[in-house]
Design a binder for this molecule. Structure first.
Ligand code: ZN
Length: 67
């Protein structure tokens, strides 16, 4: 499980994530990236999503690592 991303999002949201919520990597597939946008959801690479949303998004994701 993606503990690092869940933790980064929990810090950003100032609450824990529910079991059915996932930290979805949206703009890049860099496993080390924990860019939650710092209050700017549009700029975030890691966003809150449901497990279903995460699966639906997967084929659309650009396989590209941010620097
Ligand atoms: Zn990134």
């Amino acid at each position: 499980m993606d503990v690092t991303h869940r933790y980064a999002l929990a810090v950003e949201l100032e609450r824990g994530l529910d079991d059915n919520e996932v930290a979805m990597h949206r703009r890049c597939d860099n496993p080390l990236c924990v860019n939650t946008g710092d209050g700017d959801a549009f700029a975030a690479h890691v966003v809150l999503a449901s497990a279903a949303e995460n699966m639906a998004d997967r084929p659309l994701r650009i396989t590209k690592h941010c620097s």
